[in-house]
Design a protein around this ligand. Structure first.
Ligand code: PBG
Length: 327
């Protein structure tokens, strides 16, 4: 044994030594805050299953934007809801829709904040599926131009990164080509490359009113039993021109984050999803766990697994806790 077992204990003996040998550090620079934007004015609707999270109309975004900038967060992620849903999700490319309006508002109030936009049709279609339907099933290839249209609409409004979360095959390539053709070569793509068909998205579907009216998403989202498939998805998206790769959910997929990090040289983002947040909030409200300690430990584990960026509904709290701890 090259290292006698007592050596590790000596290195944990004092706070200074623990700091000295700490391998990973969580920092506000690692965190990004998801925001839900809705049509109308003076609307700020709490999401029951996500305490502390509200769906806001664009005129109510200022406090969140200012808090995110003041906390030193580098980015926010926008989800939009349309005034009206239809069969093709045409609200997803409405230049006067909540997302493009929110992008402009954020760029005006906090020009230093990067804006990432979720690109998917599920919140915009009446049936709640992520693409257009043909005979009851999603038509992958017919959906691609619509996703590209939505991404282009966000790029025109000033998005820094568009984040396709629909999981259609070929959408990264289709979006990249559309952006380049329209002169948005500098708009990046954060691909939800590895997105499992997860039960942890439950509270989000309340927030985004995006639960499918019939069926589920298992035809295009991944089976949580698979990890080699995750690497194929990630490699395909990298090949098609993704700039960052997302793994989602996060806490149940730490091994996948690690595998993607090791397989590809692109930055890896982890999405700590609504169900992860809701579980911590619910247990903390009962006094069963310490919210701050559990949230920071979970986010730290995502960092240790290899995430470069973490999307979390705890981003503002976590940034404050880290600042208080002198991180
Ligand atoms: C789809 C999308 C979902 C989430 C992000 N983008 C929901 C889904 O696939 O059903 C989930 C995020 C969360 O649970 O926090 N546009």
């Amino acid at each position: 044994m090259p290292f006698p077992s007592h050596r590790a204990r000596r290195l944990r003996a004092t706070p200074a030594l623990r700091r000295l040998v700490r391998e990973t550090r969580l920092h506000p620079d690692d965190l990004a805050l998801p925001l839900f934007v809705i049509p109308g004015r003076r609307r700020c609707e709490p999401v029951a299953s996500m305490p502390g999270v509200c769906r806001r109309s664009v005129d109510q975004l200022a406090p969140e934007i200012e808090a995110a900038a003041a906390a030193g967060l580098p980015a926010v992620l926008l989800f939009g809801l349309p005034a009206d849903k239809d069969e093709t999700g045409s609200g997803a490319w409405d230049p006067r829709g909540p997302v493009p309006m929110a992008i402009r508002e954020i760029k005006r109030r906090a020009p230093g904040l990067a804006v990432v936009t979720d690109v998917c049709l599920c919140a915009y279609t009446r049936h709640g599926h992520c693409g257009v339907l043909r005979r009851g099933a999603i038509d992958n290839d017919a959906t691609l131009p619509l996703l590209a249209r939505s991404a282009l609409c966000h790029a025109r409004a000033g998005a820094d990164l568009v984040a396709p979360s629909d999981m259609m095959d070929g959408r990264v390539g289709a979006i990249r080509a559309a952006l380049d053709r329209a002169g948005f070569a500098d708009t990046g793509i954060l691909s939800y490359a590895v997105k499992y068909a997860s039960a942890f998205y439950g509270p989000f579907r309340d927030a985004a009113a995006s639960a499918p009216a019939h069926g589920d998403r298992r035809s295009h989202q991944m089976d949580p039993a698979n990890v080699r498939e995750a690497l194929r998805e990630a490699a395909a998206d990298a090949e098609e021109g993704a700039d960052l790769l997302m793994v989602k959910p996060a806490l149940a997929c730490l091994d996948v984050i690690r595998a993607v990090r090791e397989a590809l040289p692109l930055p890896v983002a982890a999405y700590s999803v609504s169900g992860e947040y809701a579980m911590i909030k619910a247990a903390a409200a009962q006094g069963w766990v310490d919210e701050r300690a559990v949230a920071l430990e979970s986010l730290g584990a995502m960092k240790r697994a290899g995430a470069d960026v973490i999307f979390t509904y705890h981003a503002l709290d976590a940034a404050r806790w880290l600042a208080e701890a002198g991180a």
